[in-house]
Design a protein around this ligand. Structure first.
Ligand code: G3H
Ligand code: 13P
Ligand code: ZN
Length: 311
């Protein structure tokens, strides 16, 4: 099976009330861990590459590794550019074999975002590639007294229909209180997502796939593993899994996970070296790290995303 776009995946996910995991990839072990998990539970997958990952690992290496994973697993896998910030970067990924790109124009004015996104959509669609746009800017919820100030960065439901129809995007990333990284909420703060905004968006833009960035739950067993083995991340807090499940049952068809992969890899390797200080063969510590990614991704598919047996 060749690489696929997200078109059919999202249609099935929307109708079935589940989401597909979009996992960030940077090297072979991460790609293997994710795709071996997908294979075991028969799940569709989105493997996404940031511009930083592309600089780190090289476009061709990543494409070839992902193609190898498709060949090994025979799963429907989409190769996606995460947070494309220019037409040129999107074009380069489209020309270089990606099946999906994100153009993140959320830092521009509304009209500039539309113009840039539309330009990418025209080029992508002419080449059989799908496009994710973004409206609103991700931010952590500060505290209840500052809600109106925070509202400025949430997606405005009244803009989503206009944005989607004028740009022609295939999916839309929104801001409802998730944020990137491992420190999403302050210690003692009650994690909250604006499901009221999600439902408004769904009403204004029916049957349209919504994307949730910044959706790692920051699994505490991995945070603990880091802290017990010489690391220092005591206040890392993520999005509760039941909230992600609720979003997946609604219009959210793609859930982005990167930090949970980083924590699984780092926790496992820290523990390995603490227990085996004299070892120096990279295979000895990369193999358990790959296994930890696999177990984490399987857990997400089965307990959060609900996309097992949907390949
Ligand atoms: O949303 C960003 C992703 O976590 C990718 O991060 O740009 O450090 O590769 P990165
Ligand atoms: P996390 O940092 O929550 O994993 O989010 C990843 C992401 O949104 C990638 O685009
Ligand atoms: Zn993101």
């Amino acid at each position: 099976m060749p690489l696929v776009t997200t078109k059919e995946m999202f249609q099935k996910a929307y109708e079935g009330g589940y989401a597909v995991g979009a996992f960030n990839v940077n090297n072979m072990e991460i790609i293997q861990g994710i795709t071996e998990a997908g294979k075991e539970v028969n799940a569709p997958l989105i493997l996404q590459v940031s511009s930083g990952a592309r600089k780190y690992a090289n476009h061709t290496y990543l494409v070839k590794l992902v193609e190898a994973a498709v060949q090994e697993t025979n799963l429907p896998i989409a190769l996606h550019l995460d947070h494309g910030d220019s037409f040129e970067l999107c074009k380069s990924c489209i020309d270089g074999g990606f099946t999906s790109v994100m153009i993140d124009g959320s830092k521009y004015s509304y009209e500039e975002n539309i113009a840039l996104t539309k330009k990418v959509v025209e080029y992508a669609h002419a080449h059989g590639v799908v496009v994710e746009g973004e409206l609103g800017q991700l931010a952590g919820i500060e505290d209840d007294v500052q809600v109106s100030e925070e509202d400025a960065s949430y997606t405005k439901p009244e803009q989503v229909y206009d944005f989607a129809t004028r740009t022609g995007v295939d999916s839309l990333a929104i801001a409802i209180g998730t944020s990137h990284g491992a420190y999403k909420f302050k210690p003692g703060q009650k994690p909250q997502l604006r499901f009221d905004i999600l439902e408004e968006i769904k009403k204004n833009l029916p049957n349209f796939p919504i994307v949730l960035h910044g959706a790692s739950s920051v699994m505490q067993d991995h945070v603990k593993m880091i802290n017990e083995n010489g690391g220092k991340m005591p206040d890392a807090i993520g999005i509760p899994e039941d909230m992600l499940r609720q979003a997946a049952r609604s219009a959210v068809c793609k859930i982005n996970i990167d930090s949970d992969i980083r924590l699984a890899v780092t926790g496992t390797i820290r523990k390995y070296f603490n227990e085996n200080p004299s070892h120096f063969d990279p295979r000895q510590y990369l193999a358990p790290a790959r296994e930890a990614v696999k177990e984490m991704v399987k857990h997400k598919i089965l307990n959060v995303l609900g996309c097992d047996n949907k390949a």
